[in-house]
Design a protein. Structure first.
Length: 342
């Protein structure tokens, strides 16, 4: 075990570290769970919509960029009470809710029924599973006992597999298998890199930039830092941020912002140049600047490498602040005040 992992182990009060390190096993188990659901392939001419919130939604975003140009039909993520506008019955709808009680996802499940769209459910149980059983809708069962945000390997794999089953993209099971092996080998090095990055970012508010493959990873980093380290963090995408956000860095010194740039070898050459120039331009107004490039052979390997790095970073930041990464009390208070069943 690396020194960085040992450090996290000593401060881990709720086994979040084990959940992060179990990402390779999640990928393999998720493939088995999709197989066990015995889904019948069908042709969804309009593609796939993944409905979910928070950690239950990120799988759709990650699957879409893992496929990249291999997508033959749309793969969208809906984070709302409603399906995307102009959704037609020829689109498949994957309702993804780890708890099974996410009210927005249940509303989308009902909207898909009214529309006449084919539905698939991924959940541990709850109201969503009960409704699916009642309606004879296929259910991909997820293992209970995790924080929803810690089930990222399951939710990514399920979205990718369902996209292939409905004809929106080719199957990438081989890439998912190789990614599991890659992450097992890289776990110690990822923990050391995360520890070094946490040291650089400590005391600042991170702004994470991504593009193409790393755009949803930047969002994942942001939300993991929010929930695990209980810190503000923000995410943005290049090249769009170069047309507006970059102008705000002139006042960033007052806010102690840091900038993290998540790069990938397959990015457009002009986007790569933008990463380099943007990092230089904000350096003088930032508390710290870090540039990282994903590692791995396939898009899926590089994507999940970056996801695991961000998850470990969030735990290191939590440890440095002396906070337990698991409880999200303010989210629970909000749900109570809304009267939400989740």
């Amino acid at each position: 075990m690396s020194d960085a992992l040992a450090e996290l182990r000593a401060t881990d009060r709720s086994n979040q570290l084990d959940d992060v390190l179990a990402l390779p096993e999640q990928l393999s188990d998720a493939l088995w769970r999709v197989e066990s659901a015995r889904l019948e392939p069908f042709d969804a001419a309009g593609g796939l919509v993944v409905c979910g919130m928070g950690g239950s939604a990120i799988g759709g975003d990650l699957a879409a960029v893992a496929f990249g140009s291999r997508l033959s039909r749309p793969l969208d993520t809906a984070r709302s009470y409603e399906l995307p506008s102009c959704t037609l019955p020829d689109r498949a709808v994957l309702c993804s809710s780890y708890s099974g009680d996410t009210e927005e996802t249940i509303a989308c499940y009902e909207a898909a029924e009214a529309l006449g769209a084919r539905r698939i459910v991924a959940t541990t149980g709850g109201e969503l599973a009960a409704a699916a059983r009642r309606d004879a809708v296929p259910v991909i069962g997820l293992p209970a006992g995790l924080q929803p945000r810690a089930a990222v390997g399951y939710l990514f794999t399920v979205a990718a597999e369902v996209a292939a089953l409905v004809g929106a993209a080719p199957g990438i099971r081989t890439e998912i298998d190789s990614s599991a092996a890659h992450l097992r080998e890289a776990s110690d090095a990822l923990a050391e890199l995360a520890a070094a990055l946490a040291e650089r970012l400590e005391g600042s508010i991170p702004v994470i930039y991504g593009a193409d493959l790393t755009a949803p990873v930047a969002v994942r980093w942001k939300t993991q830092i929010n929930e695990n380290a209980k810190l503000p963090a923000f995410a943005a995408e290049l090249p769009e941020a170069d047309h507006n956000e970059i102008a705000g860095w002139g006042g960033a010194g007052e806010a102690a912002l840091s900038a993290v740039f998540l790069e990938d070898r397959d990015q457009h050459p002009r986007v790569r140049q933008r990463f380099e120039l943007t990092a230089k331009l904000v350096e003088g107004d930032s508390a710290a600047v870090a540039r990282l490039e994903t590692e791995g052979e396939s898009r899926t390997e590089r994507l999940l490498w970056a996801v695991m790095l961000g998850d470990l970073l969030s735990l290191h930041l939590a440890a440095r602040r002396g906070v337990d990464p698991t409880p999200v009390e303010v989210i629970e208070r909000l749900k109570d005040q809304l009267g939400s069943p989740e």
